[in-house]
Ligand binder design. Sequence first.
Ligand code: EPZ
Length: 416
Amino acid sequence: MDKIVIHGGKALVGSVRIGGAKNAALPILVSSLLTDGWCTYENVPHLRDIESIKQLLTHLGAEVETDGHTVRINAAGLSNHEAPYDLVRKMRASILVLCPLVARLKKARVSLPGGCAIGARPINFHLKGLTLLGADIDLDHGYVDASAKTLVGNEIFFDIPSVTGTENLLMAAVLAEGTTILRNAAREPEVVALIDVLNLMGSKIKGAGTSILTIQGVKKLRPVHVSIIPDRIETGTFMVAAALTKGSIEIKDCEPDHVTGIIHKLRQTGTEVSIKGKKIYVKGSKTIQSIDIKTLPYPGFPTDMQAQFMVLMAIAGGLSIISETIFENRFIHVSELRRLGADITVSGNAAMIKGVPSLSGAPVMATDLRASASLILAGLVAKGTTEVNRIYHLDRGYEAIEKKFQKLGADIERIQ
Ligand code: EPZ
């Protein structure tokens, strides 16, 4: 089992390039199932989750070729409608193949993703929406069995603006007969990126970036050649790293428009943030102000940045309240941060963080993707040595993160 060992206390200085967004690449790679030609995707990050989705698409009968950060997929040979448990359990976003399979093959048998560390994460909105589009759905032995001779447009309301729920149903509606309206749909940049790709393929989707999406079904979609948008959570993670270590970094190839909430909150802590085109400059300040954070659907503060921000508040000058409104169990990193000397109390969906002068290094355990990022950040600023174990969680969502931190001057290495 790999681990990452960090000797904390170095200020990060220099320039870092942001990779393609995991949560845009996943639905966009899956959208290749909707057509029968070669689709080319550039700027696809090297991540475990991307490997998992490529494995699943191959299992379904698509041809998948990878050359560096470019992935080519041809689903002309799509033949298998079953996504088995051993593939889906590795990555819950595999549920995104459900609707494209029904749209293309008229049926799908997809393992229920099951819960995960941060919450139950049900898929009832995905299933209710697909039913409203005319599919018959059975749950049987841990699998979703869905079938539909034809999908017919309908109005669907999301109780909560689900990101993959919106993405899944978009990929059914684009090939349905007639018009579909998704209300209270997710507005994340990754959803907008998928809509842009689907429209390039010949779909007729209006309202991208708003909570009401109107989809005019079409008969056929054509292959595309696109590039994946930058990862806003990787961007935010490096911004926090600069603030934490009182460093000064340039973040390249990012999309500043996608991180306005993070920039706004970072500036409130006293961190200097400036934007020049597609570059963001972050300069840490001597004292870090404690502020309150509430995670919300985009364009609110992203839940995927909650753990990272908690580390910054752990060494800020006062008292901070972080409310997690998206997932019911996304404070698992708190007990690990306490081991590093953080003073954090959790009650319900709120964590109260009392800033301490410094953290002290210790062995800690990663439990989920963003929690593992927060432990790396804590190690960068903790006095002494921090050892982060079970970093396969980290490799699901960050490409060679220790190499990027090394280039910025951190004393960090991966031990096989
Ligand atoms: C996406 O997950 C992201 N994953 C998550 O990123 C991210 O944290 C999350 O959106 C919120 O922004 C991908 O895009 C692959 P949701 P998703 O459906 O789509 C409830 C990471 O670190 N809900 O928007 O699964 C759900 O329980 C990952 O990269 C239902 O109740 O999240 C949650 O409380 C972690 N029923 C809320 O909605 C449903 O059918 C939002 O979930 C669907 C969701």
